[in-house]
Design a protein around this ligand. Sequence first.
Ligand code: MRU
Length: 350
Amino acid sequence: MRTLDWVDDHLRMIDQRRLPYALEYLELHRWQDVATAIADMAVRGAPAIGAAAAFGLALAAAQASGAEPADWWRGFDEAAAGLAATRPTAVNLVWALQRVRAAVAALGAGATAAELARATLAEARAIAAEDAAANAALGTHGARLVPAQARILTHCNAGSLATVEWGTALAVVYKAHAAGKQVHVWVDETRPRQQGARLTAWELQREGIPLNLISDTAAGRLFQTGQVDLVVVGADRIAANGDVVNKIGTYTVALLAREHGVPFYVAAPISTLDPATPCGAEVPIEERSAAEVLQINGQAIGPAGVTAANPAFDVTPHRLVSAIITERGIHRPPYDMGAVVAAAGAEERG
Ligand code: MRU
């Protein structure tokens, strides 16, 4: 299942706000609509928003393909700034925007707007294709960490829906399942946006993987009674020292895993590594609307006038992370994400 794809002249994506009730697609023809889709979480998950933003640039590029090159670049940079401003935490977003800009700028000063537009789309397509391949590869690596019978706890949705295809944490589950291992997944509901309940449970059910949905508050009981063999989650950004920034509540799960001697694995493509940021404390944490906490399905759950805090992500210190799984393999402490990125770059260059 592909979460998003370029179709003819526009971007098609699953509208994740509608799941699990309906599988509906958005057809987006303007970069501004892509920015809105990211901000409203019609598309979410770090790799998916990176790829969506890259296709957003392709739409901006096409919108201006008749322009003079200087005007074309002005429109491109305006779109890049607008897309970058949608969500601050997932590094894949700026990574994808910068990568597309660098690839297009490499055409040089003489390129026409039509050539620049073609190059923009080509790079966006490459990002999407590479994301799917990287996730499949990291899933295969990660499956080696899964015992023949395993009860796996995951948080949020780091599945196919959070990427172009395959997912990250769930790629590990899918590959282990395909290899004949008996996996059962504990799915944290993931308040307040319920990505676990709405998205992870939907995906796993479609793939025929046994699961139980749990309220976030039930996790401690499961660890304490020996019902969790390993944890695997995704990441929105992994700092140079291995600190993991992921959906709010991930840190709590990591603490539980450490207390109970359960391995805590993080699966992410190299596009999620941010070696320029030394540690998790320096990562901007998105604060979302209080209404997400104060309401469920539009119904108020607290007394009138009560206020709420809604940090969307937290930081799991690297000391709690048993291994980080990327498409290059399984990385153990001490973490040096800069070295992983450098090695991947060197291999690419040849
Ligand atoms: O707010 P979201 O739903 O975009 O948050 C998503 C997560 O936290 C995922 O775990 C992360 O992006 C990894 S996705 C492979």
